[in-house]
Design a protein around this ligand. Structure first.
Ligand SMILES: [Zn+2]
Length: 281
């Protein structure tokens, strides 16, 4: 079995009524994807991801994503705290996420926005600690600062999702009890540093994800020139997870079944709440 540790199944790309989500999810189950983790991005989709996870038989996380910090209000943190309390006995709630820092998007890099992002990040680490939940981290040009705050406000591990940092940063996350999420980005031949990490990091540190609908794997990727010529961008979904897993297995020169088993074990360790869930078949 495979676990897609990060997919935004509630995204508008999957259709307003989730019809595409449900059909893609069924297809993914046929390919062995037993569980998906659906992270929230802001207060307004807390209910959506929870309901969707119950509908598809998957798991969810609640949190405020750094890209949504500009429109978040301080009171959203109290709402998150309340939602984590209200759903504490919901076995499908497995983490606080998606939280983190994004120092790539220019609008988020002004001194005020950097400070605001750190404020939301630290507050959510505190909530994760208080509610005894792991965290799902968005890491973009921000690994060292994320690590600094994690050391000051420890949590019970989690996943550094779509990891794309240095080996040293990877090892620092691992030492703090984190797994690293690998997905579509490492299917590109040109992603040499990332492929080297996927090959050389301890197998026990790796989890797999699609980050659907974002980060399409190489076989779905349509270039800007091709889009102009009328070819639509392929929609990334949990259907792609086994093939991404096969790419990583190929890089590591291990059997695909071994990759499936190890990445599933790692996901269950990173997000222990998943252990109580029955895989979708
Ligand atoms: Zn995400």
């Amino acid at each position: 079995m495979w676990i897609d540790t990060h997919c935004h199944l509630d995204a508008p790309e999957f259709g307003a009524d989730h019809a595409l989500t449900l059909s893609q999810r069924r297809g993914a189950a046929e390919r062995g994807v037993g569980l998906c983790v659906i992270p929230a991005v802001e207060r307004s989709n807390f209910d959506t991801v929870r309901r969707l996870a119950h509908r598809t038989g998957d798991a969810y996380a609640l949190g405020i994503h750094p890209l949504y910090v500009p429109r978040a209000d301080d009171s959203d943190l109290a709402a998150l705290d309340a939602a984590l309390t209200e759903h504490r006995d919901d076995p499908r709630l497995v983490a606080v996420g998606e939280i983190g820092l994004d120092f790539f998007v220019p609008a988020l890099c002004t001194p005020e926005m950097r400070e605001r992002q750190v404020f939301f990040y630290r507050a959510q680490l505190k909530l994760a600690h208080r509610h005894g939940l792991p965290v799902i981290l968005h890491v973009r040009r921000s690994a060292d600062i994320l690590l600094k705050h994690l050391r000051e406000r420890p949590v019970s591990g989690g996943i550094a999702h779509a990891f794309n940092g240095s080996e040293q940063q990877a090892m620092a996350f691992i030492e703090l009890g984190f797994k690293l999420g690998f997905g579509g980005a490492c299917t590109f031949d040109t992603a040499r540093q990332l492929r080297r990490l996927a090959t050389e990091l301890p197998l026990s540190a790796l989890v797999l994800e699609t980050d659907a609908p974002d980060i399409p794997p190489q076989w779905l990727y349509v270039t800007a020139a091709e889009r102009e010529a009328g070819r639509a961008q392929g929609v990334n979904s949990p259907l792609e997870l086994p093939r991404i897993g096969a790419v990583v297995a190929g890089l590591r020169n291990i059997p695909v079944e071994h990759m499936a088993q190890a990445s599933t074990t790692n996901a269950l360790a990173a997000l222990p709440g998943l252990q109580a869930l029955e895989p979708v078949t």
